[in-house]
Design a protein around this ligand. Structure first.
Ligand SMILES: Nc1ncnc2c1ncn2[C@@H]1O[C@H](COP(=O)(O)OP(=O)(O)OP(=O)(O)O)[C@@H](O)[C@H]1O
Ligand SMILES: [Mg+2]
Length: 259
């Protein structure tokens, strides 16, 4: 493999093609008048109404809030996994509310990296194969996908674990593989839903450090949902989802470590 076919080189070429989307400070997410209402057997459940917010390229945002506040729902809407009930959601130059299921799948594969609390790695495949999956789903040949996946495993410090299956990895290593898989398509936006929620404090810190490093190294915009206020405080902005509003969470940080 040559230097020019490395993930970093591929990312650089995309940056040249679409420079405005990696210029720090330019808007990458613009949400206006967002409403999300679930119809349930017990009536309508409205999570947000008239929700507006903007995210600038390069931000590392933490979203905190009580269980049930709608944090995961908000990430799902941003990442075209769930549709808003009303409002507009521009995310990475795309109106995600207007996508067909096929367009949404392409958008997610190309533009969004997801990391969840549970890694959702496929148990019967190796770490390297798991990381290569999104590339092969996008049509890349297996051999090429595996080479790029190996490079990403190197980025997350797991080059010597690439033949391990998920069950042969520690919890922290599993999340590192999940992070590599999330980034293998060089998305511009990383959405992480309690990525350290299932880890002990020391391992959570290591995984978060890696996320911070990769966020900076690859010019990402990242939104991290967390209940860990110490980790949240390391982000460039902390927002609290409360009663359907996103508000600055600075007061919460000094008052309590966990919410
Ligand atoms: N498909 C659905 N249909 C009906 N209600 C739903 C659906 N999905 C989520 N909800 C409800 O919406 C609310 C918000 O859920 P969500 O998962 O977004 O919360 P959260 O802030 O991520 O909570 P946690 O911190 O526990 O993960 C919850 O009360 C949940 O029960
Ligand atoms: Mg959640």
């Amino acid at each position: 493999m040559t230097e020019n076919s490395s993930p970093a080189a591929a990312l650089a070429s995309r940056t040249l093609r679409e420079p405005e989307l990696r210029v720090p400070g330019s808007p990458i997410i613009q949400v206006s008048d967002l409403e999300k209402t679930y119809q349930t057997a017990r009536g309508n459940l409205t999570l947000f109404q008239h929700l507006d917010f903007t995210v600038s390229t390069g931000e590392l945002i933490a979203i905190v809030g009580q269980s049930g506040a709608g944090k995961s729902t908000l990430l799902h809407i941003l990442g075209a996994l769930d549709a808003p009930s009303a409002g507009t959601v521009y995310c990475v130059s795309t109106n995600v509310a207007n996508l067909t299921p096929r367009q949404a799948a392409t958008f997610r594969n190309r533009e969004i990296g997801y990391v969840w609390q549970f890694h959702y790695l496929l148990p019967e495949f190796t770490a390297q194969e798991n990381v290569a999956m999104p590339l092969m789903a996008g049509g890349m040949a297996r051999r090429e996908a595996l080479v790029i996946a190996a490079n990403w495993l190197k980025e997350v410090g797991l080059e010597d674990r690439r033949d391990h299956r998920p069950g042969e990895l520690s919890g922290g290593e599993q999340q590192r593989v999940a992070l590599a898989r999330a980034l293998v398509n060089q998305p511009r936006l990383l959405l992480a839903d309690e990525p350290t929620g299932d880890l002990d404090a020391a391992t959570a810190n290591q995984v978060f450090e890696l996320l911070e490093k990769i966020h900076a190294q690859f010019g990402l915009t990242s939104i991290v949902v967390t209940h860990n206020m110490e980790l949240a405080a390391r982000c460039t902005r902390v927002m609290r989802l409360d009663g359907g509003r996103l508000v600055p969470a600075t007061e919460t940080i000094t008052m309590s470590k966990q919410i």
